[in-house]
Design a protein around this ligand. Structure first.
Ligand code: CTP
Ligand code: MG
Length: 336
């Protein structure tokens, strides 16, 4: 028994060290930012050769929101320069196909358009000095630019990068557990960051405010939704946070292992609880997008996947908690 316990402990210690090492080493670097800038220029040059109209490309997602790693993909929007973009899905698909042809002609690798998804995209890859960067171009979706800014604001709330590390760690953990890929029926990285923000807002001593309720509230309409959030309040001092990244991670696991998924909706836009009945939502996992309030980020989760995700939360919590109790290892190795 003792030998099995020791082996088990060693494996978990190794896993934890490994995850901690990855997060530390994968944090998006200045060199990576330069490479992404280079990729953007290459994309612009390629598309300019094919499309006559004036256009622009904007990066969003993890390269911009503070939760990015050197291995994250590169999410880019295409839009026509005069902002008078075409909303018909036929035109969007045609534009995506034109971009696909432009990237093929410019010898990007693994170029492939996916026009059957809710948002049509062109996938691509390109070699850079540090290896290969994968990315995708989608048609302009202004809401995603706003939610990227919202996440960035939350991410920079902590002066010592606690939140950025925790977010990267959770994305890594979810991908390792095979529950962090929306294209395979689980949850997107974006959804995990929403879960994280929700959890930090609801700690007995909240570590994050509810930015959409703060400040001089006014309505800013984008695509029919209110994208207001407070970004002019001074940053608070982080010194009140006495919890380490690993302790927060454990509490995160516990919070969602015990979450009332049957009745409640996970959301980050209001302090008050929100029920499925209020939303009229019936899915097993309800995670509300902060701006597009009709968008449930958990709508694609099957009962089987739901059970699998829950098992990952419960089992990981047991494993990491046992480890913490037994060795006091988590605190010493992963403290921010
Ligand atoms: N997004 C969205 N709605 C979704 C999924 C994603 O609006 N249901 C937008 C968000 O702006 C998000 C971006 O797409 O920031 C990228 O999503 P995703 O790839 O899931 O997250 P990343 O932060 O880019 O994570 P990763 O490092 O895994 O690429
Ligand atoms: Mg991404």
């Amino acid at each position: 028994d003792r030998i099995i316990c020791m082996l088990f402990g060693t494996c978990q210690t190794f896993l934890l060290e490994w995850l901690s090492f990855l997060v530390e080493n994968e944090k998006i670097s200045n060199a990576r930012h330069k490479e992404l800038h280079f990729v953007k220029t290459r994309l612009q040059d390629a598309i300019r050769k094919k499309l006559k109209n004036d256009f622009r490309l904007d990066a969003f997602g993890s390269s911009e929101n503070g939760f990015g790693s050197n291995k994250s993909d590169y999410d880019v929007f295409f839009r026509y320069g005069n902002d008078n973009y075409e909303r018909s899905s036929e035109m969007q698909i045609q534009t995506i196909i034109n971009i696909e042809q432009a990237l093929r002609a410019a010898r990007f690798s693994r170029v492939m358009s996916i026009t059957t998804a809710k948002v049509p995209i062109v996938k691509f890859a390109i070699r850079v000095e540090s290896g290969e960067i994968e990315g995708d171009i989608s048609y302009y979706n202004e809401l995603a630019l706003h939610n990227t800014q919202l996440l960035k604001r939350y991410c920079s709330w902590t002066k010592d990068e606690t939140l950025s590390k925790l977010g990267m760690f959770i994305k890594k953990w979810a991908k390792n557990c095979e529950i962090g890929d929306a294209s395979k029926g689980s949850l997107s990285s974006y959804a995990y960051i929403i879960l994280l923000i929700h959890f930090l807002q609801r700690l007995p001593d909240p570590l994050l405010p509810v930015l959409q309720e703060m400040g001089e509230k006014r309505t800013i309409q984008v695509d029919g939704w209110d994208v207001y959030f407070c970004d002019d309040e001074p940053m608070p001092s982080w010194s009140q946070c006495t919890l380490s990244v690993s302790e927060l991670f454990l509490q995160f696991l516990e919070y969602f292992a015990k979450f009332d998924w049957q009745n409640q909706v996970v959301q980050i836009r209001q302090t008050n609880k929100l029920t499925k009945i209020e939303k009229g939502w019936k899915k097993l996992m309800c995670i509300e997008d902060p701006f597009d309030l009709d968008h449930n980020l958990g709508s694609g989760i099957s009962p089987r996947m739901f059970a699998f995700i829950m098992k990952s939360f419960v089992t990981s919590r047991e494993v990491f908690f046992t480890l913490k109790e037994r060795e006091g290892f988590v605190r010493s190795n992963m403290a921010a």
